[in-house]
Design a protein around this ligand. Sequence first.
Ligand code: FNR
Length: 363
Amino acid sequence: MIGQRKDDHVRLAVEQQRDHSGRNQFDEVSFVHHALAGIDRPDVSTATTFAGISWQVPLYINAMTGGSARTGVINRDLAVAARETGVPLASGSMSAYFKDPSCADTFSVLRTENPDGFVLANVNATASVEQARRAVDLLRADALQIHINTVQETVMPEGDRSFSSWVPQIEKIAAGVEVPVIVKEVGFGMSRETVLTLRDLGVRAADLGGRGGTNFAAIENGRREFADYAYLRGWGLSTPASLLDTQDAGIPVLASGGVRDPLDVARALALGARAVGASGGFLRTLMDSGVPGLIEQISTWLDHLAALQTMLGARTPTELTHCDLLIHGELRAFCADRGIDTRPFARRSRSAEALHELTGSTR
Ligand code: FNR
């Protein structure tokens, strides 16, 4: 039963958040501290634009759930938190709605509770164009996410085993819906090769959905009688590795997967993400502290992000890409093997300064 699977995912994802050690590859990215780089808070904006989309904040609640009574309540709570904080919000996979339209309200609550917010519908890469349109219509969605999850499907007992149709189907959906299409991973990351393919398919943006947070190999193993795919636990590219691998890949990228705090948001933006999503951590807060707790957390993150931009001298999220970054450890080794020179990241502010001087901009 699909509803049971949705409930299992929530339960196992929250347990995973509680057990998580806290470390991930975002710890291998640090800002070079410049003690006099700071600017004035009123000069800072957190607004971002990409793929014809404009958001007041570069943070969103990423895809999670819907399809059962219990997950309908979660979606209602997420929608209230999104409405109160102004963050965009993505639906979980809407396959359950295609199979059983009677669960429609467990998804449409995202819109009814959040009438003026930015809402993303979510389908898998085997959805027909007609289904993708129905998903967008049900939520009056502003954009559509297509999730790609070969690792999850492989470990999932009832998972898909045929992936070759995904590429042509993504192209058909991207051409067949009215709203921008964003393709997202679910926690295993995206390589440069993947994003270049998406670009050629007419996809407007890629949500890299990297390793470091919610781990669907572990969650699906937890649903198996024997956890016999346990060896896939460490599979995938981390979110920072995906960001480094996909620099200038031709379409805007969003970052999600293992984003733990406002510093990770700033790190991801500094590595080129146009916006940053979180799922499991927000779900845990909702479960532990209810809607008021989640509103408090998101508000704090947005406040801290503006404070970090002020300290770093970045008037906009894009200006964070001029901040100097150090890449350490295994992430640095990854870059070396993939032919990514990490040194320019450590002295980007100099070329940004030179550009400002050339253009006569005051800063
Ligand atoms: C997810 N995620 C997800 N993604 C998607 O595109 N469709 C979906 O239906 C779901 N379902 C889902 C359920 C639950 C309970 C969680 C926690 C997550 C994946 C999610 O959008 C995100 O890519 C990953 O969770 C990685 O981000 P975090 O959790 O590390 O912030």
